[in-house]
Design a protein around this ligand. Structure first.
Ligand SMILES: Cc1cc2nc3c(=O)[nH]c(=O)nc-3n(C[C@H](O)[C@H](O)[C@H](O)COP(=O)(O)OP(=O)(O)OC[C@H]3O[C@@H](n4cnc5c(N)ncnc54)[C@H](O)[C@@H]3O)c2cc1C
Length: 276
C-alpha cells in the first residue's frame, strides 16, 4: 500500500517549522521510522508533512546543569554511542541498545520516540524512570513537559498537534546510584514482550516497565521485601493478552525481569560505592 497524498515542506529554521505546523492536519517528520510505516499503511493520513531535518542545531547532545539534553534530531545511534551519556546517565545507552536494529537507529530519533509514546518502546520508560522532561515549542512559545505528564495513553503524548519537541532532558545518575535495563523479545531488535529498567539509589528502588500496560509504568519498590517485589509491581501493571504473548507469560516476565534488573542495578550501585 502507498501513503495517501500529502503536501510536504522542509523548513530551514524552527520558527518556520512551527509556522508550517500551524496548518490543520499536519505532522512532524523526524527520523520517519514510525511515521513512514504509519503513512504507508494509511493508519495516518496527514494533509501536510513538516520535515524538521532541515532545521539546524537540533542534533546536539550536551551536558547541562544536572544532566544531558538530547536534541530532536539526535539519532538513536548518536545517543547510544555518546560518551557523555555513558558517563552521566548510563541507563539511556543501556536501554537504547535494545531499540530495533542499527539501520533504524541510524535514522530514528530519541526525541521522536518520546513523542510517539509507544508503550512498547524503551525511551519513554527511561524518561519516566529518570523523571526527565521534554521541551516543546509551539505558537504560544516554549514549555517543558515532565515525564509524568508526557505519556497520556497508547501512542498518545501531551505534545500538542501544533508543537515541535526540541529536546529531551535526562537527569544525571546521582553519585553512588546504579541502573540496569533488560528485556525479553522474540528476536533481538524486535519490540520487547516485556522490558524493565531499574534505578537503585541508597535504599530507594524504582523499576519501570514497558510493553505491559498502555503507558510506561514506574513502580516504587523501596522497602518491599525482595520476594514480594514482583507481586508489588504487578499490582500497578495491566498485563494483557495479544498476538505476541499471553497475559500470564507477561506476568511471568515481570517476575523474572524485576528480580534481574534490581539485582544488577544494586550490584552497579555497590560498584559505585552506594547501594544497600
Ligand atoms: C522495524 C522497526 C523496529 C523498531 N523497533 C523499535 C524498538 O524495538 N524499540 C523502539 O523504541 N522503537 C522501535 N522502532 C521505532 C523507532 O525507534 C523510531 O525511530 C521512533 O519510534 C520514532 O522516531 P523517529 O525519529 O523515527 O520519528 P518519526 O517516525 O519521524 O515520527 C514519529 C511520530 O512522532 C512525531 N514526532 C517525531 N519527532 C517529533 C518532534 N521533534 N516534535 C513533534 N513531533 C515529533 C511524528 O509527527 C510522528 O507522529 C522501530 C521501528 C521500526 C521501523
Amino acid at each position: 500500500m502507498k501513503p495517501a497524498p500529502f503536501d510536504y515542506v522542509r523548513p530551514t529554521d524552527l520558527a518556520g517549522a512551527v509556522a508550517a505546523l500551524a496548518a490543520p492536519d499536519s505532522k512532524v517528520l523526524a527520523g520517519g521510522q514510525s511515521l513512514v510505516p504509519l503513512l504507508s499503511m494509511r493508519l495516518a493520513a496527514p494533509s501536510l508533512v513538516v520535515d524538521i531535518n532541515g532545521v539546524p542545531g537540533l542534533d546536539t547532545i550536551t551536558e547541562v546543569g544536572g544532566g544531558v539534553r538530547v536534541g530532536a534530531l539526535a539519532r538513536h545511534t548518536a545517543v547510544l554511542e555518546s560518551p557523555l551519556l555513558a558517563r552521566v546517565q548510563p541507563l539511556v545507552p543501556a536501554a537504547l541498545a535494545h531499540v530495533a536494529h542499527p539501520t533504524i537507529r541510524n535514522r530514528g530519533t530519541t526525541v521522536g520516540s518520546l513523542v510517539h509514546a509507544d508503550a512498547a518502546a524503551e525511551m519513554p520508560v527511561v524518561l519516566r524512570l529518570l523523571e526527565g522532561s521534554l521541551d516543546v515549542e509551539g505558537p504560544a512559545g516554549r514549555r517543558t513537559i515532565g515525564a509524568r505528564e508526557l505519556f497520556v495513553g497508547p501512542l498518545e503524548s501531551a505534545v500538542g498537534p501544533d508543537e515541535i519537541a526540541v529536546s529531551a532532558f535526562f537527569p544525571a545518575l546521582p553519585a553512588g546510584a546504579g541502573v540496569a535495563f533488560d528485556e525479553v523479545a522474540r528476536r533481538h531488535g524486535d519490540y520487547a514482550l516485556v522490558g524493565a529498567g531499574a534505578v537503585v539509589d541508597g535504599d530507594r528502588i524504582r523499576v519501570g516497565y514497558l510493553s505491559v500496560s498502555d503507558v510506561p509504568v514506574v513502580v516504587d519498590l523501596t522497602g518491599v521485601a525482595p520476594a514480594d517485589r514482583a507481586d508489588a509491581a504487578l499490582e500497578h501493571l495491566d498485563a494483557a493478552t495479544d498476538i505476541h504473548s499471553t497475559a500470564a507469560y507477561r506476568r511471568q516476565l515481570v517476575r523474572v525481569l524485576t528480580d534481574r534488573v534490581v539485582a544488577v542495578a544494586t550490584r552497579n550501585a555497590t560498584a559505585q560505592g552506594g547501594g544497600r
